[in-house]
Design a protein around this ligand. Structure first.
Ligand code: ZN
Length: 323
């Protein structure tokens, strides 16, 4: 729900430059091994153009959004094959070379070996679309559970397998948003060069008028009405976040969080807050940390990615004049 400045991400990539360099070299090695096994002419032509792209571009894994957009269509489409199903219906599907390339690039392996430490450094722990869940899933393999980072590919890995491990093409997302988005078009860029987009989110939750007084009368959290507001989209065919990720539906199940904020806004009135601050000056709390402790989550838009539910909590707490 908010973008991160590309320069901040580039600084993190510099820390991991050795890992990233190894990833590219390993990819080239594995793609060449794959090439020795491929016979089909169109598969081979596509694969060799991918190999060339990796060999000629030492920075291919850290291409920024401009470079990705420029290079996206230079390879042409993944070759198609005709698949005949049991009911004799035939369909045009992507050649298995697509999956073979994904395996060679090692995307699945990087999900548990590299992305958790990389995104921790970037500062993203929650889903960049819904902000209601972590972007980490526990996956069982050979009877052992490991934490895997879920990422959505901004440019689909089905259409652009060569971009599957490009770091600016990876959007940490919870598994339900990842599934929900599929190939839907949305207008949201996680990485930006525009500073203003990294300070203020253009999405927001808002308490409906009289929601607080209604709740204080009925004491029923189901009576707490709020809205989720989205910006106007310019991209043709862009779907609303609410339609793709069911944001309102997800957050309606969390109305007890808003209930607690309403109660806090009753208890922690201005004079009590002033007393608290003066009583605990020895703690030397930064004002943001004081507010975070008060509402139990981050309170500034720039920190949305740090914790699930932070966007809802900060917006409603501001509505209630709690922070
Ligand atoms: Zn999500």
């Amino acid at each position: 729900m908010i973008a991160i400045h590309e320069n901040k991400v580039k600084a993190v990539q510099a820390i991991f430059s050795k890992d990233i360099k190894n990833q590219r070299e390993k990819a080239i090695e594995k793609l060449n091994v794959l090439n020795n096994k491929i016979i089909d002419i169109s598969d081979k032509a596509y694969l060799e153009s991918v190999i060339l792209l990796f060999e000629e571009n030492t920075d291919i894994l850290i291409w920024d959004s401009d470079k990705i957009n420029r290079s996206k269509d230079i390879l042409g489409n993944v070759p198609m094959i005709t698949k005949v199903y049991r009911n004799r219906i035939s369909k045009q599907v992507k050649s298995p070379i697509k999956n073979a390339i994904l395996t060679a690039l090692g995307y699945k392996l990087l999900r548990s070996s590299f992305y958790p430490k990389y995104f921790k450094e970037v500062g993203i722990k929650s889903c960049v679309y819904c902000n209601s869940q972590l972007s980490i899933t526990a996956v069982k393999s050979k009877n052992v559970y490991s934490a895997k980072f879920d990422v959505d590919h901004y440019h689909s890995k089905d259409d652009y397998p060569f971009l599957s491990i490009n770091l600016f093409n990876l959007y940490p997302a919870c598994s339900s948003c990842n599934r929900a988005k599929s190939n839907d078009v949305i207008e949201f860029e996680l990485y930006t060069k525009d500073e203003s987009k990294t300070v203020k989110s253009n999405y927001n939750f808002k308490l409906s008028p009289y929601a607080k007084s209604k709740y204080l009368t009925t004491r029923e959290s189901k009576d707490i009405d709020f809205t989720f507001n989205e910006p106007n989209y310019n991209l043709v065919g862009a779907k609303k976040f609410n339609d793709v990720f069911h944001i309102k539906g997800i957050y309606e199940t969390q109305d007890d969080l808003i209930e607690e904020l309403i109660i806090k806004s009753q208890i922690y009135n201005k004079s009590y807050l002033k007393t608290l601050k003066s009583n605990f000056t020895k703690l030397n709390l930064h004002p943001e940390l004081f507010k975070r402790t008060l509402v139990g989550n981050y309170t500034e838009d720039k920190d949305i990615h740090k914790r699930p539910m932070s966007k809802l909590v900060m917006d409603i707490a501001k509505d209630l004049n709690l922070i």
